[in-house]
Structures are given as structure tokens and as C-alpha cells.
Write a protein that binds this ligand. Structure first.
Ligand SMILES: Cc1cc2nc3c(=O)[nH]c(=O)nc-3n(C[C@H](O)[C@H](O)[C@H](O)COP(=O)(O)OP(=O)(O)OC[C@H]3O[C@@H](n4cnc5c(N)ncnc54)[C@H](O)[C@@H]3O)c2cc1C
Length: 371
């Protein structure tokens, strides 16, 4: 990985106040004395005088070299431009344990894998995302089945999950799994592959990635729910399926709205992400392509392929190959995100940036004109 040059002030200028911070928690996970988070962005807790800081080095948004990471993690670069590098067939799968399926978002594959890895002693902790009544997700270090189940299900607002890896290390765990969105996985890979800073990231043994189109800004989501006639405190479950956003309330109401009407709730930083299928995880899991109650599973690394194969063999999950039609659906969503966001990335890198405003050179004169 290319050695980064930058400190916390550079991180603020290049990422935080440039609309690129994805609030993944990577910058502060191993520097808690210096960085804290307020209003979903990192802020300096104590002044840091490093010229080259771990925060800048680890951030997935300062730079990310996809092919370098693929070579380092998978030993090869991608063969599929939309889904990244993967091994074997893409599967549709579900947990065999009905209790897990009852709590999970889709097929419960993520939770089933974690429970099995914990119970077999393959990992001693799993960093997941837990939420309260108000759906503000927080990283949580799970060590047993009840913990994993308490954190099952998708939270469509952002969680600084990598902070949980720092917590797990502080609590002394040595074989840790992380569940995360593409941004968390990218951040964690940068930590693992950093040549500048060693935080003992070899203790993270498995990265389970979730497919992701975007996360919602908490403030905007609250407003949208009110427009839809409910409140966040009333929500039992959210889901996104076949182009619609579903809200299930505790009172048993189902509210359905087209997903395109939720676009204005997306976090700005998500517009600059080209990774749909958590391309750098050991195993990636999502719903698209699978029937209701099943999950789509992509195995990428040796470790990831081994875990899924073992889980199937031991009856922890049942799995079958995704059909051509289902694969088409998966690729189509990956392509949609890539096409849209690569345009945004291109547009953002073109204009001159002045104090976080994007200004075309010919417009500069307008800022000098008194009339
Ligand atoms: C923000 C978001 C956007 C998504 N977008 C898509 C999409 O566009 N298309 C698609 O096919 N699938 C998407 N998914 C994935 C899908 O919703 C399911 O998470 C996935 O199918 C796994 O289902 P499961 O039943 O195996 O998971 P479960 O067994 O329910 O486990 C889910 C795990 O994810 C963790 N988790 C939940 N929310 C978050 C979060 N915000 N950050 C980090 N970890 C979290 C939980 O703690 C839990 O460990 C998205 C998920 C999220 C969180």
C-alpha cells in the first residue's frame, strides 16, 4: 500500500469537510485519545502533532488502491468488474436455525456464520452493529449467540463499526470478526495492510461485508418517516426490496415507498462510493438476487470460502447456486451504483475546490464582482 502523507488537519480538509467522510470509525478506532465523533463526523479531542497520522493513513477516503488490496488479500485481481474478485459459485443461502432466521434481516447467513464461528472457538468476538429505540446504531462486541441475535437485522443509518474493533482489542480479544458495509471493510483492509502503523490488526481474522447502495442520514430519515406518517421510535424493521423501501411499525403497519423517493435521505459521502458488493471482504452477503428470506452470498478469500463451505457441510446454512436470472439482478444493481457514483466521483474531482465549495474556474470571477 502506498504510504500516506497527512495528519488530522489534512484529514479534516481532504475528507471530513469535503463531503467524503463515511463515518466508518476507522480514523478514531485506534486513536481514541485524540479523535472522537460528533454529529457523525470525527472531531479532534486532543491536539495531535503527528505529521503522518494513522487517521489519515487508515481512512478509506484519503486513497484506496483496489488492485493492490486485491493482490494482497486474495492473491489475484478481479475477474468481475461489477462484483470484484470471488471464488466459486455465487450462492443463495439461509440459516437452518429458525430462531436466527426470525431475528435476521434476510436469510440470517451473517448471524448464523458468526454464531457458529463463536461456538466453535474460531473467533472470540464479533463486531456487529446494535441499535436502540431511536435506530442510532453503535458498534457492539458480541461474544455469544444472544449478543449476535440482539444485533441482527439491517440498520440503514451509518454505524462507526470499525470503532468496535478498537473496543474488542482493548477488551483483549485476539480472534475478531467484523461485519461491515463496503466502507468499513475498505477501512479495515487499509489498517491491516498499512506499512506505516501497526495496531495488531492481524487479530482481525474475518471480514463479513454487506452489500450496500447507500446509508441514510439520520436527520433526513426522521423527517421522511414523519412525511410517511410514522416516527422512528415506532419502527420495528426496515427493508429494501425490489425497488421499494418498507417500514414495519411496532403497531403492525406496513409502509411502502419507492426507493427513488428516499434518495434525498442518502448521506452525501455515499454518492462517492463505487463498491456495492463489499468487494474486499472475505465473504459478502446481501439480499438482491435471492428470494424473500434468503441471502445472496459471495465468497472471496480462502478463509471466506472455507467458512461458508464448512457451515454448509455442518448444516448451519443451506445453500444453492444463484440462477443466471438472479445473478443478472445482482449485477444490475451493482452496475447501477457504479455508474451513478463514478459520475459523481468524476464530477467532484474536476472542479477547483475552495473551502469546500466546488467552483468552476470561469465562475471565480463571480466571487470578486461587487455588482
Ligand atoms: C445500510 C445497508 C444497506 C444495504 N443495502 C443493500 C442493498 O442495496 N442491496 C442488498 O442486496 N443488500 C443490502 N444490504 C444488506 C442486507 O440488508 C442484509 O444485511 C444482508 O442481506 C444480510 O442479511 P442476513 O439476514 O444474513 O443478516 P443478519 O443475520 O440480520 O445480520 C446482519 C448483520 O449486519 C450488521 N449490521 C446491520 N446494520 C449495519 C450497519 N449499518 N453497519 C454495519 N453493520 C450492520 C448487524 O449487526 C448484523 O450482524 C444493506 C445493509 C445495510 C446495513
Amino acid at each position: 500500500m502506498i504510504k500516506q502523507k497527512g495528519n488530522i488537519m489534512d484529514l479534516e480538509a481532504d475528507v471530513t469537510y469535503n463531503g467524503l467522510c463515511c463515518y466508518c470509525g476507522t480514523c478514531g478506532a485506534f486513536c481514541k485519545e485524540y479523535i472522537t465523533y460528533e454529529n457523525e463526523i470525527p472531531v479532534t479531542k486532543k491536539k495531535c502533532y503527528e505529521i503522518y497520522g494513522a487517521c489519515y493513513d487508515f481512512c478509506p477516503r484519503t486513497s484506496f488502491a483496489p488492485f493492490v488490496v486485491e493482490r494482497a488479500v486474495f492473491g489475484a485481481t478481479r475477474t468481475d468488474n461489477l462484483l470484484g474478485y470471488y471464488k466459486g459459485d455465487i450462492l443463495t443461502a439461509r440459516a437452518t436455525d429458525e430462531v436466527i432466521r426470525g431475528k435476521a434481516q434476510d436469510g440470517g447467513v451473517v448471524s448464523a456464520l458468526l454464531v457458529s464461528l463463536l461456538e466453535q472457538g474460531e473467533i472470540d468476538a464479533a463486531v456487529v452493529s446494535k441499535t436502540s429505540e431511536t435506530w442510532e446504531p453503535e458498534p457492539f462486541v458480541a461474544t455469544k449467540k444472544e449478543d449476535v441475535l440482539a444485533a441482527a437485522g439491517s440498520k440503514y443509518t451509518q454505524c462507526p463499526s470499525v470503532l468496535g474493533v478498537g473496543d474488542a482489542f482493548e477488551q483483549g480479544y485476539k480472534r475478531v470478526a467484523l461485519v461491515g458495509l463496503p466502507c468499513h471493510i475498505q477501512g479495515m483492509r487499509k489498517v491491516q495492510l498499512s506499512t506505516g502503523f501497526d495496531v495488531g490488526a492481524d487479530r482481525v481474522k474475518i471480514l463479513i461485508g454487506l452489500f450496500c447502495t447507500e446509508t441514510f442520514d439520520m436527520h433526513m430519515l426522521r423527517k421522511k418517516l414523519e412525511e410517511l406518517g410514522t416516527r422512528i421510535e415506532e419502527v420495528e424493521k426496515f427493508n429494501i426490496k425490489k425497488g421499494s423501501f418498507f417500514v414495519y411499525t411496532k403497531g403492525g403497519k406496513e409502509i411502502k415507498t419507492p426507493i427513488r423517493k428516499m434518495r434525498d435521505c442518502a448521506r452525501e459521502a455515499c454518492n462517492y462510493c463505487y463498491d456495492f458488493a463489499a468487494e474486499f471482504a472475505d465473504v459478502s452477503v446481501g439480499s438482491i438476487g435471492s428470494e424473500l428470506g434468503w441471502s445472496t452470498v459471495i465468497t472471496r478469500s480462502e478463509a471466506g470460502a472455507e467458512i461458508v463451505k464448512k457451515a454448509e457441510k455442518e448444516g448451519v446454512i443451506e445453500a444453492k447456486k444463484l440462477t443466471e436470472e438472479q445473478l443478472k439482478e445482482l449485477k444490475s444493481l451493482a452496475s447501477f451504483k457504479k455508474r451513478e457514483n463514478l459520475k459523481n466521483i468524476y464530477d467532484k474531482t474536476e472542479p477547483i475546490r475552495i473551502l469546500n465549495m466546488q467552483v468552476e474556474p470561469e465562475m471565480l470571477v463571480g466571487f470578486l464582482d461587487d455588482e
